[in-house]
Design a protein around this ligand. Structure first.
Ligand code: ZN
Length: 342
Protein backbone atom coordinates (compact mmCIF):
# COMPACT_ATOMS: atom_id res chain seq x y z
CA UNK A 1 0.00 0.00 0.00
CA UNK A 2 1.52 3.36 -0.98
CA UNK A 3 1.23 6.01 1.73
CA UNK A 4 -1.57 8.57 1.45
CA UNK A 5 -0.19 12.07 0.91
CA UNK A 6 3.21 10.62 -0.07
CA UNK A 7 6.09 12.92 0.73
CA UNK A 8 9.51 13.54 -0.78
CA UNK A 9 12.26 14.33 1.72
CA UNK A 10 15.48 15.75 0.31
CA UNK A 11 17.24 17.08 3.41
CA UNK A 12 17.57 14.83 6.44
CA UNK A 13 20.80 14.04 8.32
CA UNK A 14 21.41 10.45 9.31
CA UNK A 15 23.28 11.47 12.48
CA UNK A 16 20.66 14.14 13.29
CA UNK A 17 17.74 11.72 13.39
CA UNK A 18 18.90 8.79 15.54
CA UNK A 19 16.32 7.58 18.07
CA UNK A 20 17.34 8.41 21.65
CA UNK A 21 16.80 4.78 22.70
CA UNK A 22 19.13 3.62 19.93
CA UNK A 23 21.82 6.04 21.10
CA UNK A 24 21.45 4.57 24.61
CA UNK A 25 21.66 0.99 23.29
CA UNK A 26 24.72 1.71 21.15
CA UNK A 27 26.48 3.63 23.94
CA UNK A 28 25.98 0.69 26.32
CA UNK A 29 27.61 -1.67 23.82
CA UNK A 30 30.84 0.34 23.76
CA UNK A 31 30.78 1.72 27.34
CA UNK A 32 30.41 5.28 26.08
CA UNK A 33 29.24 7.69 28.77
CA UNK A 34 26.20 9.72 27.70
CA UNK A 35 25.28 13.14 29.17
CA UNK A 36 21.82 11.68 30.06
CA UNK A 37 20.85 8.04 30.50
CA UNK A 38 17.06 8.34 30.65
CA UNK A 39 15.55 8.14 27.17
CA UNK A 40 13.22 11.13 27.67
CA UNK A 41 15.94 13.26 29.24
CA UNK A 42 18.41 12.38 26.50
CA UNK A 43 15.84 13.28 23.82
CA UNK A 44 15.35 16.65 25.59
CA UNK A 45 19.09 17.24 25.91
CA UNK A 46 19.51 16.65 22.17
CA UNK A 47 17.31 19.60 21.24
CA UNK A 48 19.28 22.60 20.00
CA UNK A 49 17.95 25.88 21.40
CA UNK A 50 18.23 29.42 20.00
CA UNK A 51 21.36 31.19 21.20
CA UNK A 52 23.47 28.06 21.62
CA UNK A 53 27.05 28.52 20.51
CA UNK A 54 28.13 26.45 17.53
CA UNK A 55 30.29 24.14 19.65
CA UNK A 56 27.51 23.64 22.18
CA UNK A 57 25.05 22.73 19.43
CA UNK A 58 27.57 20.52 17.69
CA UNK A 59 28.22 18.60 20.90
CA UNK A 60 24.89 16.87 20.25
CA UNK A 61 26.21 15.52 16.98
CA UNK A 62 29.54 14.54 18.54
CA UNK A 63 27.71 12.31 21.04
CA UNK A 64 25.74 10.59 18.28
CA UNK A 65 28.78 10.24 16.02
CA UNK A 66 30.76 8.72 18.91
CA UNK A 67 28.38 5.75 19.04
CA UNK A 68 28.22 5.35 15.25
CA UNK A 69 31.64 3.79 14.73
CA UNK A 70 30.75 0.22 13.79
CA UNK A 71 29.13 -1.41 10.77
CA UNK A 72 26.28 -2.75 12.91
CA UNK A 73 25.51 0.65 14.46
CA UNK A 74 25.50 2.44 11.09
CA UNK A 75 23.37 -0.22 9.43
CA UNK A 76 20.87 -0.11 12.30
CA UNK A 77 20.43 3.68 12.33
CA UNK A 78 20.12 3.83 8.54
CA UNK A 79 17.36 1.19 8.62
CA UNK A 80 15.59 2.89 11.54
CA UNK A 81 15.72 6.27 9.79
CA UNK A 82 13.87 4.83 6.79
CA UNK A 83 11.35 3.11 9.09
CA UNK A 84 10.66 6.37 10.92
CA UNK A 85 10.31 8.36 7.70
CA UNK A 86 8.07 5.71 6.13
CA UNK A 87 5.82 5.87 9.20
CA UNK A 88 5.36 9.58 8.39
CA UNK A 89 4.25 8.84 4.82
CA UNK A 90 7.58 9.48 3.10
CA UNK A 91 7.75 7.74 -0.28
CA UNK A 92 11.29 8.83 -1.19
CA UNK A 93 14.10 10.14 0.97
CA UNK A 94 17.70 11.21 0.63
CA UNK A 95 19.62 10.79 3.88
CA UNK A 96 22.91 12.60 4.21
CA UNK A 97 25.97 12.04 6.37
CA UNK A 98 29.72 12.64 6.45
CA UNK A 99 31.34 9.18 6.08
CA UNK A 100 34.75 10.33 7.32
CA UNK A 101 33.17 11.05 10.73
CA UNK A 102 32.74 7.30 11.18
CA UNK A 103 36.25 5.90 10.71
CA UNK A 104 37.63 6.77 14.17
CA UNK A 105 37.41 3.23 15.53
CA UNK A 106 39.13 1.72 12.53
CA UNK A 107 36.37 1.33 9.95
CA UNK A 108 37.43 1.76 6.36
CA UNK A 109 35.43 4.48 4.51
CA UNK A 110 34.05 1.79 2.20
CA UNK A 111 32.83 -0.16 5.26
CA UNK A 112 30.94 2.95 6.34
CA UNK A 113 29.25 3.34 2.96
CA UNK A 114 28.47 -0.36 2.73
CA UNK A 115 26.82 -0.32 6.17
CA UNK A 116 24.76 2.82 5.51
CA UNK A 117 23.52 1.89 2.04
CA UNK A 118 22.86 -1.62 3.37
CA UNK A 119 20.72 -0.18 6.17
CA UNK A 120 18.87 2.08 3.74
CA UNK A 121 18.15 -0.95 1.53
CA UNK A 122 16.94 -2.92 4.59
CA UNK A 123 14.59 -0.04 5.45
CA UNK A 124 13.41 0.26 1.87
CA UNK A 125 12.72 -3.50 1.63
CA UNK A 126 10.75 -3.40 4.89
CA UNK A 127 8.69 -0.28 4.19
CA UNK A 128 8.66 0.51 0.46
CA UNK A 129 10.09 3.98 1.16
CA UNK A 130 12.83 4.49 -1.45
CA UNK A 131 16.00 5.67 0.33
CA UNK A 132 19.29 6.95 -1.08
CA UNK A 133 22.38 8.57 0.44
CA UNK A 134 24.05 11.94 0.03
CA UNK A 135 27.69 12.16 1.12
CA UNK A 136 28.72 15.33 2.95
CA UNK A 137 32.01 17.12 3.15
CA UNK A 138 32.46 19.50 6.09
CA UNK A 139 33.32 23.19 5.80
CA UNK A 140 35.59 23.27 8.84
CA UNK A 141 37.75 20.41 7.64
CA UNK A 142 40.73 20.29 5.29
CA UNK A 143 39.35 20.69 1.73
CA UNK A 144 41.33 17.60 0.73
CA UNK A 145 39.02 15.59 2.99
CA UNK A 146 36.05 16.99 1.08
CA UNK A 147 37.69 15.86 -2.15
CA UNK A 148 38.21 12.41 -0.62
CA UNK A 149 34.54 12.34 0.44
CA UNK A 150 33.47 13.33 -3.08
CA UNK A 151 35.61 10.55 -4.61
CA UNK A 152 34.17 8.06 -2.15
CA UNK A 153 30.65 9.17 -3.10
CA UNK A 154 31.45 8.59 -6.77
CA UNK A 155 32.74 5.08 -5.98
CA UNK A 156 29.33 4.36 -4.44
CA UNK A 157 27.28 6.04 -7.14
CA UNK A 158 24.72 3.58 -8.52
CA UNK A 159 25.13 1.55 -5.32
CA UNK A 160 22.95 3.82 -3.17
CA UNK A 161 24.73 7.19 -3.22
CA UNK A 162 23.16 9.90 -5.37
CA UNK A 163 24.59 13.23 -4.26
CA UNK A 164 27.25 15.37 -2.62
CA UNK A 165 26.75 18.15 -0.06
CA UNK A 166 28.87 20.50 2.00
CA UNK A 167 27.69 20.74 5.62
CA UNK A 168 29.26 21.95 8.87
CA UNK A 169 30.16 25.38 10.24
CA UNK A 170 28.86 27.93 7.75
CA UNK A 171 29.37 30.85 10.14
CA UNK A 172 33.14 30.63 10.02
CA UNK A 173 34.09 28.65 6.92
CA UNK A 174 33.39 29.48 3.28
CA UNK A 175 32.57 27.22 0.36
CA UNK A 176 35.34 28.49 -1.93
CA UNK A 177 38.16 26.30 -0.47
CA UNK A 178 35.97 23.26 -1.24
CA UNK A 179 35.38 24.09 -4.91
CA UNK A 180 37.53 21.18 -6.08
CA UNK A 181 35.34 18.68 -4.21
CA UNK A 182 32.29 20.03 -6.04
CA UNK A 183 34.09 19.82 -9.39
CA UNK A 184 35.00 16.21 -8.69
CA UNK A 185 31.46 15.35 -7.58
CA UNK A 186 29.83 17.07 -10.55
CA UNK A 187 32.16 15.44 -13.09
CA UNK A 188 31.39 12.13 -11.41
CA UNK A 189 27.70 12.62 -12.16
CA UNK A 190 26.45 13.23 -8.62
CA UNK A 191 23.65 15.60 -7.71
CA UNK A 192 24.98 18.69 -5.91
CA UNK A 193 23.47 20.41 -2.90
CA UNK A 194 25.12 22.73 -0.41
CA UNK A 195 24.14 24.12 2.99
CA UNK A 196 24.03 27.89 2.47
CA UNK A 197 22.22 30.89 3.91
CA UNK A 198 21.44 29.05 7.14
CA UNK A 199 24.10 30.27 9.60
CA UNK A 200 25.53 32.90 7.24
CA UNK A 201 24.00 35.56 5.03
CA UNK A 202 23.30 36.22 1.38
CA UNK A 203 27.03 36.29 0.49
CA UNK A 204 27.23 32.65 1.49
CA UNK A 205 24.43 31.74 -0.95
CA UNK A 206 26.14 33.76 -3.70
CA UNK A 207 29.40 31.90 -2.96
CA UNK A 208 27.60 28.56 -3.10
CA UNK A 209 26.25 29.42 -6.56
CA UNK A 210 29.69 30.51 -7.72
CA UNK A 211 31.86 27.72 -6.31
CA UNK A 212 29.58 24.71 -5.87
CA UNK A 213 27.38 24.89 -8.98
CA UNK A 214 24.50 23.36 -7.02
CA UNK A 215 21.25 21.75 -8.14
CA UNK A 216 19.69 22.58 -4.77
CA UNK A 217 20.42 24.76 -1.74
CA UNK A 218 20.18 23.47 1.83
CA UNK A 219 18.06 26.01 3.77
CA UNK A 220 18.64 29.23 1.78
CA UNK A 221 16.83 31.02 4.60
CA UNK A 222 18.77 34.25 4.21
CA UNK A 223 17.86 34.56 0.54
CA UNK A 224 15.06 36.74 1.93
CA UNK A 225 17.68 39.50 2.24
CA UNK A 226 17.73 39.60 -1.58
CA UNK A 227 13.94 39.90 -1.90
CA UNK A 228 12.01 43.19 -1.86
CA UNK A 229 9.00 42.60 0.40
CA UNK A 230 6.04 45.01 0.32
CA UNK A 231 2.67 44.44 1.98
CA UNK A 232 3.53 40.86 2.84
CA UNK A 233 4.64 39.76 -0.59
CA UNK A 234 7.79 39.76 -2.68
CA UNK A 235 7.71 42.52 -5.29
CA UNK A 236 11.28 42.30 -6.52
CA UNK A 237 14.24 39.95 -6.60
CA UNK A 238 17.90 40.84 -6.31
CA UNK A 239 20.54 39.10 -8.45
CA UNK A 240 21.07 36.09 -6.18
CA UNK A 241 17.36 35.37 -5.74
CA UNK A 242 16.83 35.90 -9.47
CA UNK A 243 19.63 33.42 -10.23
CA UNK A 244 17.93 30.84 -7.95
CA UNK A 245 14.70 31.27 -9.92
CA UNK A 246 16.39 31.35 -13.35
CA UNK A 247 18.37 28.17 -12.62
CA UNK A 248 15.32 26.47 -11.04
CA UNK A 249 17.30 25.70 -7.89
CA UNK A 250 15.21 24.23 -5.11
CA UNK A 251 15.53 25.42 -1.52
CA UNK A 252 15.48 22.54 0.97
CA UNK A 253 13.48 24.37 3.65
CA UNK A 254 13.80 23.20 7.28
CA UNK A 255 11.38 25.22 9.41
CA UNK A 256 11.92 23.74 12.86
CA UNK A 257 15.67 23.54 12.43
CA UNK A 258 15.81 27.25 11.54
CA UNK A 259 13.68 28.05 14.60
CA UNK A 260 16.23 26.27 16.81
CA UNK A 261 18.76 28.74 15.45
CA UNK A 262 16.63 31.81 16.09
CA UNK A 263 14.10 32.32 13.26
CA UNK A 264 10.62 31.84 14.78
CA UNK A 265 8.62 29.30 12.77
CA UNK A 266 5.82 31.75 12.06
CA UNK A 267 8.31 34.34 10.75
CA UNK A 268 10.02 31.97 8.33
CA UNK A 269 9.86 33.40 4.78
CA UNK A 270 8.78 30.10 3.19
CA UNK A 271 5.40 31.49 2.08
CA UNK A 272 7.09 34.56 0.56
CA UNK A 273 9.60 32.36 -1.30
CA UNK A 274 6.92 30.01 -2.61
CA UNK A 275 4.64 32.77 -3.84
CA UNK A 276 7.60 34.52 -5.50
CA UNK A 277 8.22 31.44 -7.64
CA UNK A 278 11.21 30.14 -5.69
CA UNK A 279 11.02 26.33 -5.50
CA UNK A 280 10.77 25.06 -1.91
CA UNK A 281 10.52 21.60 -0.38
CA UNK A 282 9.51 20.39 3.10
CA UNK A 283 12.34 18.86 5.14
CA UNK A 284 13.07 17.88 8.75
CA UNK A 285 16.91 18.42 8.70
CA UNK A 286 17.67 16.83 12.10
CA UNK A 287 14.65 14.99 13.48
CA UNK A 288 16.19 14.05 16.84
CA UNK A 289 18.48 17.04 17.36
CA UNK A 290 15.71 19.57 16.71
CA UNK A 291 12.82 17.39 17.94
CA UNK A 292 10.61 17.22 14.90
CA UNK A 293 9.13 14.77 12.41
CA UNK A 294 8.15 15.06 8.77
CA UNK A 295 4.48 15.00 9.78
CA UNK A 296 5.12 17.86 12.21
CA UNK A 297 6.80 19.94 9.49
CA UNK A 298 3.71 19.53 7.28
CA UNK A 299 1.49 20.58 10.20
CA UNK A 300 3.59 23.71 10.68
CA UNK A 301 3.54 24.62 6.99
CA UNK A 302 -0.27 24.25 7.02
CA UNK A 303 -1.01 25.98 10.30
CA UNK A 304 1.52 28.81 10.25
CA UNK A 305 1.86 29.46 6.53
CA UNK A 306 -1.45 28.27 5.08
CA UNK A 307 -0.17 25.63 2.67
CA UNK A 308 -2.94 23.54 1.11
CA UNK A 309 -2.98 19.94 -0.13
CA UNK A 310 -2.93 21.24 -3.69
CA UNK A 311 0.21 23.23 -2.92
CA UNK A 312 1.79 20.23 -1.19
CA UNK A 313 1.01 18.16 -4.26
CA UNK A 314 2.89 20.53 -6.58
CA UNK A 315 5.70 21.02 -4.02
CA UNK A 316 6.22 17.25 -3.81
CA UNK A 317 5.98 16.80 -7.60
CA UNK A 318 8.66 19.43 -7.98
CA UNK A 319 10.76 17.94 -5.17
CA UNK A 320 10.64 14.61 -6.98
CA UNK A 321 12.00 16.28 -10.12
CA UNK A 322 14.77 17.85 -8.00
CA UNK A 323 15.60 14.49 -6.40
CA UNK A 324 18.94 12.94 -7.36
CA UNK A 325 17.40 9.53 -8.14
CA UNK A 326 17.37 7.97 -11.62
CA UNK A 327 14.56 8.61 -14.09
CA UNK A 328 12.93 5.14 -13.94
CA UNK A 329 12.42 5.55 -10.18
CA UNK A 330 11.02 9.05 -10.68
CA UNK A 331 8.65 7.66 -13.31
CA UNK A 332 7.45 5.05 -10.82
CA UNK A 333 6.93 7.62 -8.04
CA UNK A 334 5.28 10.35 -10.14
CA UNK A 335 1.74 8.84 -10.25
CA UNK A 336 2.00 7.99 -6.56
CA UNK A 337 2.54 11.66 -5.67
CA UNK A 338 0.07 12.97 -8.26
CA UNK A 339 -2.74 10.68 -7.07
CA UNK A 340 -1.82 10.60 -3.38
CA UNK A 341 -2.45 14.33 -2.87
CA UNK A 342 -5.51 14.59 -5.12
ZN1 ZN B 1 21.19 20.19 7.20
Amino acid sequence: MPPSQPKIVLHDHLDGGVRAQTVIDLAAEIDFELPRTDVGELAGWFTIAPGMEFEQAWQRFYVVIAVLQSREALRRVAREAVEDLAADGVAYTELRFAPLNHIRAGLDPDDVLEAVVGGLADGEAATGCVARAIVCGLREEDPERSVAAARLAIDWKDRGVVGFDLAGNESEFGVEPHRKAFQVARRGGLGITVHAGEMAGLDSIAAALEYAGPDRIGHGLNLIADCVVEDGRVTGLGPVAQAIVDQSLMLEVCLTSNSCRGTPKERHPVRLFHDAGIAVSVNPDDRAITTTTVAEEYRLWRRLHGFSNEEFRSINMRALEAAFIDEPTKARLRPLIADGWA
